[in-house]
Design a protein. Structure first.
Length: 195
């Protein structure tokens, strides 16, 4: 049996079988392929990286070449059961616009974020005085794709200030789910959102 990435496992558990799913910044299509096989979803993705698009095709995933920062004007309201933004929110120019559009075209939105306030990152900043490099944040300051640096606490506050309902929140640390002090001990979090 194949080993699933912890974030993929949690997302699979959040999505109802036979759902219609759009993945924004779908990368190589691995998650969408899993959703099609294990949850029998009708799944499609949007990706900007051409090499990743070829991988999607190899996985049998329908994908459109596009920039999610440009918006989702081509999609009608509530067209999808779920819209996924996993490991892409921190890399886009206008996250507020993208989340607003995702909530428009999807009945529910799943957002997966790295937690830049994990204890190992905090300790590296404090003791080394350098931008942290961790398991969850494996890039140096000069080659990171990240434009935004957020924490679990930041994202909760962002949602609360905009009236976005966090229906479910799960967190990952050291390969297992974190239930206590998530902003301190989790490398990443997965949020299930709705209007």
């Amino acid at each position: 049996m194949e080993t699933l990435r912890p974030d993929h496992k949690l997302i699979l558990e959040m999505i109802e079988p036979d759902s219609h799913v759009l993945d924004l910044g779908c990368g190589d299509g691995e998650l969408l392929s899993l959703l099609m096989k294990r949850r029998h979803c009708r799944a499609t993705g949007i990706e900007i990286d051409e090499k990743a698009i070829y991988k999607c095709i190899e996985h049998g995933v329908t994908v459109s070449h596009g920039d999610i920062d440009s918006g989702l004007e081509d999609y009608g309201d509530q067209r999808f059961d779920y819209v996924i933004l996993n490991e892409s929110l921190q890399e886009i120019l206008n996250p507020e616009k993208v989340i607003r559009e995702a909530l428009r075209v999807g009945k529910k939105v799943i957002v997966g974020i790295p937690n830049f306030c994990h204890i190992s990152a905090r300790l590296q900043i404090f003791f080394l005085g350098k931008v942290p490099v961790t398991k969850g944040l494996p890039y140096k300051w000069y080659n990171t794709p990240n434009l935004r640096f957020l924490s679990i606490k930041d994202f909760r506050q962002f949602c609360a200030e905009r009236g976005i309902i966090v229906q479910r929140e799960r967190a990952i640390g050291a390969g297992q789910e974190v239930f206590f002090a998530r902003n301190l001990f989790a490398y990443a979090a997965i949020f299930l959102l709705r209007k």
